[in-house]
Design a protein around this ligand. Structure first.
Ligand code: AMP
Length: 398
């Protein structure tokens, strides 16, 4: 059975088509500039030499998905002969609030629940819903599944998700920690158990998803017990452009100083902060590492602050878990940044982490990077959220 995985942003859409009895990727691609001039689809048939670039106006997500279907069924660069060969569609959906702790086959109830969550994720849930609606119109007979970023974190105990503010804000408005990147944390935790050859329900794992957005999760026996992102993806680690944790009093202080609204300060904390804000150089860690190598002190400081916050959370979660068996690095920087992994992990030998700089000198490959004798195993695991979405979609619809 073939599963089409769709990840809709406000003006972009990523897709993959996978054959699920063998978990084989058949095609993948990216649509950009949906609804603005210069819409373009980049399509790749796996195994083909050339990527296909289709430049055509796409006014909305329905146009974009129609182009995706045309590409994957194209006689020359397609991978299936007709839409009927797509058995199900899996959608990445960012926020399901407290409603779902697993992926769900989409029906009217699920759609209503996701509409309710729009106020919790105003930037992310609306494009996700547009993608679902476009598929419903274009392929009405094909089952669709929603896979939620928040679902994996629903096992957190109240002591992890309740903020110390008046309790009625949680009861009346749903203000609590939700956590994000759940599909990625779950995928790499499961892979870590496989790589260590142990059942996941006997392991304590800390997963570090370090990309442009970044979060850490504490996982006991396969269940998430804490995570660094909160009510929104702004909390927790320092990120590419997001501040992560800070004293909330800073918000009104800066609003007063700049004579702007609190909401504008939140915009600054989301888009102009993080390692970009500290360094003034870039949100991209490659740029920061090269600027730091050239002696840029603020780039160096941004990298140190980032590493400090990751260590801070690892320490906190080691305390929560009463020790840890595996520490996992994933996502753009986690997979490809040996210098950052080293900055995070060295000098933690009293906590059972024996780092091996030679083993660590590797990018983007599933491997153990701690020393053979290390009590805590440190693993590099490329994330694969699309495969996870396809697996859940297959499980729920086959
Ligand atoms: P993601 O959001 O998971 O796609 O991660 C994107 C981030 O990963 C980029 O902003 C880069 O900062 C970082 N990254 C990707 N490749 C490298 C690399 N080779 N070295 C250091 N950082 C990298």
């Amino acid at each position: 059975m073939n599963v089409l995985v769709i990840n809709c942003g406000s003006s972009s859409l990523k897709y993959q088509l996978l054959e699920m009895t063998t978990e084989t990727l058949l095609a993948k691609g990216l649509v950009e500039r949906i609804g603005i001039s210069g819409s373009v689809l980049n399509h790749q048939k796996i195994g083909a030499a050339d990527k296909i670039v289709i430049e055509t106006p796409m006014d909305d997500h329905k146009d974009a998905i129609a182009q995706v279907i045309a590409a994957i069924t194209n006689e020359t660069y397609g991978v299936v002969t007709s839409m009927d060969e797509i058995g199900a569609v899996g959608h990445r959906v960012v926020h399901a609030g407290e409603k779902y702790s697993d992926s769900e086959v989409i029906n009217a109830d699920v759609l209503a629940a996701l509409e309710e969550c729009v106020e919790l994720a105003p930037l992310h849930n609306p494009p996700n819903l547009l993608g679902i609606s476009a598929c419903t119109q274009l392929m009405p007979a094909t089952p669709q599944v929603a896979v939620f970023d928040t679902a994996f974190h629903q096992t957190m105990p109240a002591e992890s998700y309740i903020y110390a503010i008046p309790y009625e804000y949680y009861e009346n408005y749903g203000v609590r920690r939700y956590g994000f990147h759940g599909t990625s944390h779950k995928y790499v935790a499961e892979r870590a158990a496989d790589m260590l050859g142990k059942p996941i329900d006997e392991l304590k794992i800390i997963t570090c998803h370090l990309g442009n957005g970044a979060s850490v999760s504490a996982i006991r026996n396969g269940k998430c017990i804490d995570t660094s992102m909160g009510f929104t993806p702004l909390e927790g680690l320092v990120m590419g452009t997001r501040s992560g944790d800070l004293d909330p009093a800073i918000i009104s202080f800066i609003a007063d100083k700049l004579d702007i609204k609190a909401d504008d300060v939140i915009g600054i904390l989301n888009k102009k902060s993080g390692v970009l804000g500290i360094s003034g150089v870039s949100s991209d860690f490659r740029d920061l590492e090269s600027a730091a190598a050239d002696g840029n002190e603020r780039a160096l400081l941004a990298l140190s602050v980032f590493a400090h916050r990751v260590r801070f959370y690892i320490g906190a979660y080691m305390a929560e878990l009463n020790g840890v068996d595996a520490l996992v690095f994933t996502a753009g920087l986690g997979e490809n940044g040996p210098d950052m992994r080293k900055a995070i992990c060295e000098n933690m030998n009293n906590l059972g982490i024996e780092f091996d700089s030679v083993r660590n000198n590797i990018r983007g490959k599933e491997t153990i990077i701690s020393a053979e004798s290390s009590k805590v195993k440190v693993l590099l695991i490329p994330t694969n959220e699309e495969l996870m979405i396809a697996r859940d979609t297959y499980r729920l619809t086959k």
